[in-house]
Design a protein around this ligand. Structure first.
Ligand SMILES: [Zn+2]
Ligand SMILES: [Zn+2]
Length: 253
Protein backbone atom coordinates (compact mmCIF):
# COMPACT_ATOMS: atom_id res chain seq x y z
CA UNK A 1 0.00 0.00 0.00
CA UNK A 2 1.32 3.43 -0.91
CA UNK A 3 1.57 5.55 2.20
CA UNK A 4 3.12 8.66 0.69
CA UNK A 5 2.39 11.17 -2.06
CA UNK A 6 4.96 13.81 -2.89
CA UNK A 7 3.11 16.00 -5.37
CA UNK A 8 -0.35 17.37 -4.51
CA UNK A 9 -1.35 20.88 -5.54
CA UNK A 10 -3.14 23.15 -3.09
CA UNK A 11 -5.27 26.19 -3.85
CA UNK A 12 -2.10 28.33 -3.73
CA UNK A 13 -1.70 26.97 -7.29
CA UNK A 14 -4.08 28.72 -9.64
CA UNK A 15 -5.41 25.41 -11.01
CA UNK A 16 -6.15 23.44 -7.83
CA UNK A 17 -9.34 23.30 -5.78
CA UNK A 18 -7.78 21.59 -2.73
CA UNK A 19 -7.00 23.59 0.39
CA UNK A 20 -3.92 22.68 2.39
CA UNK A 21 -6.26 21.53 5.17
CA UNK A 22 -8.20 19.22 2.82
CA UNK A 23 -5.01 17.62 1.56
CA UNK A 24 -3.81 16.91 5.07
CA UNK A 25 -7.26 15.65 6.11
CA UNK A 26 -7.25 13.24 3.13
CA UNK A 27 -3.74 12.10 4.03
CA UNK A 28 -4.77 11.41 7.64
CA UNK A 29 -7.88 9.48 6.57
CA UNK A 30 -5.75 7.33 4.25
CA UNK A 31 -3.17 6.97 6.97
CA UNK A 32 -0.41 8.35 4.77
CA UNK A 33 2.94 8.77 6.47
CA UNK A 34 4.11 11.67 4.35
CA UNK A 35 2.61 14.18 2.01
CA UNK A 36 4.22 16.79 -0.25
CA UNK A 37 2.18 19.94 -0.82
CA UNK A 38 3.55 21.25 -4.08
CA UNK A 39 2.46 24.44 -5.79
CA UNK A 40 3.21 26.08 -9.11
CA UNK A 41 5.61 28.95 -8.68
CA UNK A 42 6.84 31.79 -10.84
CA UNK A 43 9.60 34.32 -10.24
CA UNK A 44 7.26 36.02 -7.80
CA UNK A 45 5.02 34.08 -5.45
CA UNK A 46 3.43 36.51 -2.99
CA UNK A 47 1.66 33.71 -1.10
CA UNK A 48 4.81 31.84 -0.16
CA UNK A 49 5.19 33.03 3.43
CA UNK A 50 1.47 32.57 4.13
CA UNK A 51 1.56 29.02 2.81
CA UNK A 52 4.67 28.14 4.81
CA UNK A 53 3.00 29.48 7.96
CA UNK A 54 -0.11 27.38 7.28
CA UNK A 55 1.99 24.26 6.79
CA UNK A 56 4.06 24.98 9.90
CA UNK A 57 0.91 25.32 12.00
CA UNK A 58 -0.41 21.97 10.77
CA UNK A 59 2.96 20.33 11.38
CA UNK A 60 3.01 21.62 14.95
CA UNK A 61 -0.58 20.48 15.57
CA UNK A 62 -0.17 17.00 14.12
CA UNK A 63 3.28 16.24 15.44
CA UNK A 64 4.41 12.75 14.50
CA UNK A 65 1.12 11.62 12.99
CA UNK A 66 2.29 12.64 9.52
CA UNK A 67 5.20 14.37 7.78
CA UNK A 68 4.01 17.38 5.82
CA UNK A 69 6.57 18.69 3.35
CA UNK A 70 6.37 21.89 1.37
CA UNK A 71 7.43 21.89 -2.24
CA UNK A 72 7.36 24.15 -5.27
CA UNK A 73 6.97 23.06 -8.88
CA UNK A 74 8.96 25.27 -11.20
CA UNK A 75 8.77 25.08 -14.94
CA UNK A 76 11.71 24.85 -17.27
CA UNK A 77 12.47 27.96 -19.31
CA UNK A 78 15.27 26.78 -21.61
CA UNK A 79 17.40 23.78 -22.61
CA UNK A 80 19.89 24.49 -19.81
CA UNK A 81 17.07 23.75 -17.40
CA UNK A 82 16.77 27.34 -16.10
CA UNK A 83 13.72 27.45 -13.87
CA UNK A 84 11.03 30.04 -13.36
CA UNK A 85 11.99 30.24 -9.70
CA UNK A 86 13.86 32.65 -7.43
CA UNK A 87 16.69 31.52 -5.16
CA UNK A 88 14.82 32.83 -2.11
CA UNK A 89 11.72 30.82 -2.94
CA UNK A 90 13.74 27.63 -3.49
CA UNK A 91 15.48 28.06 -0.13
CA UNK A 92 12.25 28.59 1.77
CA UNK A 93 10.72 25.16 1.05
CA UNK A 94 11.67 21.54 1.65
CA UNK A 95 12.06 20.64 -2.02
CA UNK A 96 11.76 21.81 -5.60
CA UNK A 97 10.15 19.86 -8.42
CA UNK A 98 11.51 20.78 -11.85
CA UNK A 99 9.06 20.12 -14.71
CA UNK A 100 8.62 20.63 -18.41
CA UNK A 101 5.27 22.32 -18.95
CA UNK A 102 5.36 22.95 -22.66
CA UNK A 103 7.63 23.40 -25.63
CA UNK A 104 9.48 26.64 -26.40
CA UNK A 105 8.40 27.99 -29.84
CA UNK A 106 11.74 27.13 -31.49
CA UNK A 107 11.52 23.48 -30.30
CA UNK A 108 7.93 23.24 -31.51
CA UNK A 109 8.97 24.64 -34.88
CA UNK A 110 11.84 22.11 -35.10
CA UNK A 111 9.42 19.29 -34.30
CA UNK A 112 7.06 20.35 -37.08
CA UNK A 113 9.90 20.86 -39.57
CA UNK A 114 12.28 17.98 -38.94
CA UNK A 115 10.39 15.42 -36.86
CA UNK A 116 10.84 14.03 -33.36
CA UNK A 117 14.67 13.82 -33.29
CA UNK A 118 15.08 17.52 -32.44
CA UNK A 119 12.53 17.29 -29.66
CA UNK A 120 14.16 14.18 -28.22
CA UNK A 121 17.55 15.95 -28.19
CA UNK A 122 16.06 18.97 -26.43
CA UNK A 123 14.22 16.78 -23.91
CA UNK A 124 17.40 14.84 -23.12
CA UNK A 125 19.33 18.09 -22.55
CA UNK A 126 16.63 19.50 -20.28
CA UNK A 127 16.18 16.39 -18.13
CA UNK A 128 19.99 15.98 -17.79
CA UNK A 129 20.38 19.62 -16.74
CA UNK A 130 17.52 19.39 -14.26
CA UNK A 131 18.90 16.23 -12.66
CA UNK A 132 22.22 17.95 -12.04
CA UNK A 133 20.77 21.13 -10.61
CA UNK A 134 21.54 21.63 -6.95
CA UNK A 135 18.10 23.04 -6.13
CA UNK A 136 16.05 20.40 -7.97
CA UNK A 137 15.24 17.35 -5.86
CA UNK A 138 12.45 15.82 -7.96
CA UNK A 139 12.07 15.48 -11.72
CA UNK A 140 8.37 16.15 -12.23
CA UNK A 141 6.54 13.83 -14.64
CA UNK A 142 9.61 13.64 -16.93
CA UNK A 143 7.94 11.42 -19.56
CA UNK A 144 4.62 13.22 -19.86
CA UNK A 145 5.67 15.39 -22.76
CA UNK A 146 6.76 12.34 -24.78
CA UNK A 147 3.48 10.60 -24.13
CA UNK A 148 1.54 13.72 -25.14
CA UNK A 149 3.37 13.85 -28.48
CA UNK A 150 3.46 10.03 -28.80
CA UNK A 151 7.20 10.07 -29.30
CA UNK A 152 9.41 7.03 -28.91
CA UNK A 153 12.88 7.64 -27.52
CA UNK A 154 15.76 5.42 -28.73
CA UNK A 155 17.01 2.94 -26.13
CA UNK A 156 20.55 4.35 -26.12
CA UNK A 157 19.24 7.85 -25.34
CA UNK A 158 17.25 6.42 -22.43
CA UNK A 159 20.32 4.53 -21.21
CA UNK A 160 22.45 7.71 -21.33
CA UNK A 161 19.83 9.69 -19.47
CA UNK A 162 19.43 6.95 -16.89
CA UNK A 163 23.16 7.11 -16.14
CA UNK A 164 22.98 10.87 -15.61
CA UNK A 165 19.97 10.54 -13.30
CA UNK A 166 21.48 7.70 -11.28
CA UNK A 167 24.62 9.72 -10.65
CA UNK A 168 22.59 12.71 -9.43
CA UNK A 169 20.65 13.39 -6.23
CA UNK A 170 17.35 13.64 -8.09
CA UNK A 171 14.25 11.53 -7.53
CA UNK A 172 11.92 10.69 -10.40
CA UNK A 173 8.15 10.79 -10.17
CA UNK A 174 5.82 8.05 -11.19
CA UNK A 175 2.38 9.54 -11.84
CA UNK A 176 -0.99 8.01 -12.55
CA UNK A 177 -3.03 7.24 -14.60
CA UNK A 178 -0.13 6.96 -17.06
CA UNK A 179 1.81 4.48 -14.97
CA UNK A 180 5.37 3.43 -15.56
CA UNK A 181 4.49 0.63 -17.96
CA UNK A 182 3.90 3.32 -20.58
CA UNK A 183 6.68 5.68 -19.46
CA UNK A 184 9.93 4.92 -21.30
CA UNK A 185 12.35 6.68 -18.95
CA UNK A 186 10.77 5.16 -15.85
CA UNK A 187 10.73 1.73 -17.44
CA UNK A 188 14.46 2.01 -18.15
CA UNK A 189 15.20 3.28 -14.65
CA UNK A 190 13.24 0.42 -13.09
CA UNK A 191 15.07 -2.14 -15.24
CA UNK A 192 18.42 -0.79 -14.05
CA UNK A 193 17.32 -1.20 -10.44
CA UNK A 194 17.03 2.53 -9.73
CA UNK A 195 16.32 3.40 -6.10
CA UNK A 196 15.13 6.93 -6.70
CA UNK A 197 11.61 6.46 -8.07
CA UNK A 198 8.75 7.90 -6.04
CA UNK A 199 4.98 7.97 -6.24
CA UNK A 200 3.37 11.35 -6.80
CA UNK A 201 -0.25 11.85 -7.82
CA UNK A 202 0.16 15.44 -9.14
CA UNK A 203 -3.50 15.79 -8.13
CA UNK A 204 -5.30 19.12 -8.49
CA UNK A 205 -8.70 18.16 -7.06
CA UNK A 206 -10.29 15.64 -4.69
CA UNK A 207 -11.49 13.40 -7.52
CA UNK A 208 -7.97 13.13 -8.96
CA UNK A 209 -6.45 12.57 -5.55
CA UNK A 210 -8.93 9.82 -4.63
CA UNK A 211 -8.64 7.99 -7.93
CA UNK A 212 -4.82 8.14 -7.92
CA UNK A 213 -4.74 6.58 -4.46
CA UNK A 214 -7.29 3.94 -5.40
CA UNK A 215 -5.31 2.86 -8.45
CA UNK A 216 -1.80 3.23 -7.20
CA UNK A 217 -1.29 -0.07 -5.40
CA UNK A 218 -1.74 -1.97 -8.64
CA UNK A 219 1.25 -0.30 -10.26
CA UNK A 220 3.62 0.45 -7.39
CA UNK A 221 6.29 -2.05 -6.56
CA UNK A 222 8.88 -2.46 -3.84
CA UNK A 223 11.31 -0.18 -5.65
CA UNK A 224 8.81 2.68 -5.47
CA UNK A 225 8.03 2.04 -1.80
CA UNK A 226 11.76 2.15 -1.07
CA UNK A 227 12.16 5.34 -3.15
CA UNK A 228 9.35 6.97 -1.16
CA UNK A 229 11.02 6.06 2.12
CA UNK A 230 14.37 7.42 0.95
CA UNK A 231 12.92 10.75 -0.13
CA UNK A 232 10.99 11.03 3.13
CA UNK A 233 14.24 10.56 5.07
CA UNK A 234 16.04 13.19 2.97
CA UNK A 235 13.23 15.73 3.37
CA UNK A 236 12.70 15.05 7.06
CA UNK A 237 16.38 15.87 7.65
CA UNK A 238 15.96 19.12 5.76
CA UNK A 239 12.77 20.11 7.58
CA UNK A 240 14.28 19.60 11.02
CA UNK A 241 17.37 21.57 9.99
CA UNK A 242 15.18 24.38 8.69
CA UNK A 243 13.33 24.54 12.00
CA UNK A 244 16.53 25.23 13.87
CA UNK A 245 18.44 27.21 11.26
CA UNK A 246 17.65 30.93 11.48
CA UNK A 247 19.72 31.62 8.35
CA UNK A 248 17.13 29.99 6.11
CA UNK A 249 14.55 32.60 5.26
CA UNK A 250 10.88 31.73 5.05
CA UNK A 251 9.84 35.23 4.07
CA UNK A 252 9.42 34.48 0.38
CA UNK A 253 11.23 35.49 -2.80
ZN1 LIG B 1 3.65 19.68 -13.71
ZN1 LIG C 1 2.17 19.46 -10.67
Amino acid sequence: MVRMDFHIHSSYSDDSSLTVGEIVEFALQRRLQAVGIVDHVRMTAPWLAEREAEIRTLRARLGRRIDIFSGLEAKVLDSEGALNLSRGAAGSVDFVVGSIHGLPPNVLKGLQKSGPASLIGWWQDVISSLAQKEEVRVLGHPDRLLLDYEIRVPADTLADLTRVILSSHAFVEMNLPKAYATQPLLTTLIKTGARNIIFASDAHDMKGLRSAHEDVSAVCNRAVYAGNRRLRTVLAGKTSKKKHDPTISTSGP
